[in-house]
Write a protein that binds this ligand. Sequence first.
Ligand code: MG
Length: 340
Amino acid sequence: MSGISFSYTPYTLNLKHQFTVSSYSRATTPIVLTEVYFDGFTGYGEASMPPYLGESHASVSAFLSKVRLSQFKDPTQLELILDYIDKIEPENTAAKASLDIALHDLAGKLQNKALHEYFGLNPAGSPQTCITIGIDTPEIMALKVKEAEGFGRIKVKLGTEDDKSIIKNIRQITGLPLMVDVNQGWRDKQFALDMCYWLEEQGVLMLEQPLPKNQKDDLAWLSRQSPIPIFADEGIKRLEDLKVLYGVYNGVNVKLMKSTGLHEAKAMLDFAREKGMLTMIGCMTETSCAVLAAAHLSPLCNFADLDGSFLITNNPFNPLSFKEGRIAIPGSPGIGVIKV
Ligand code: MG
């Protein structure tokens, strides 16, 4: 029997709206689409490379050109294959995720199991997903909130000169529960704590990365004092980070593009839950392929931020459907996306 083969194609996602957070602004996201082939089956995957993670079309292509999957004859031996891929280079987490996702899609198809079944999870336990509203003028933010109809929660990006007025503007438009992401934009722990109390009064459920990731003592202090849970995003990429930093935060936002894909994301969520942390599954700007792959793990999470494919205009896969604010997780084999 012949081994596994694969192909990859650089692609650029166009965003519906210019996306602004505390540190940068952009209108497109480079991605690489991967396909893994075995025995007449195709698994789909993708790498998404927002600039702050340091990967690009060139770096992902360079990494993938080094991968030799044909040496493996059994694609269901995922741990063996993923361990080989991980050891090729130390970084390249999105490039690694592109193969991890495609291999899981393939394994699900070969075993005739939906991904959540493959992981032994029940999709009925998945949380509502939020949609992120980037920093913008009050008029554009009002438009974005209107577009977010069908989502049960809104995530707001803060870390500006005037964070309170952003929340007040959103509160004039919607009473939905809010999640807040500061993207390391604050500096002072006492200011952050005062904001936590104020945000709690505004109906904010959780706060992501309020302080720079290197201010670990301040973050640990804030996590002990805050009335709303403090989540890591930039501060925790992989399982090895989580094993060192689990006492610093109340929760962790796990993303496939940081974790090298589904296999390690599942291990991170299991570890966090064992340690009594809250869990969240997030995404970058991605097609419905990677977003839906992550959604299969969402039954392990308290929060889901899986809006990536909703924010783009050129999704090469079928769009996701939503039911009562949750992504509908299909029961078809693998991830359950179809190329359009
Ligand atoms: Mg974040």
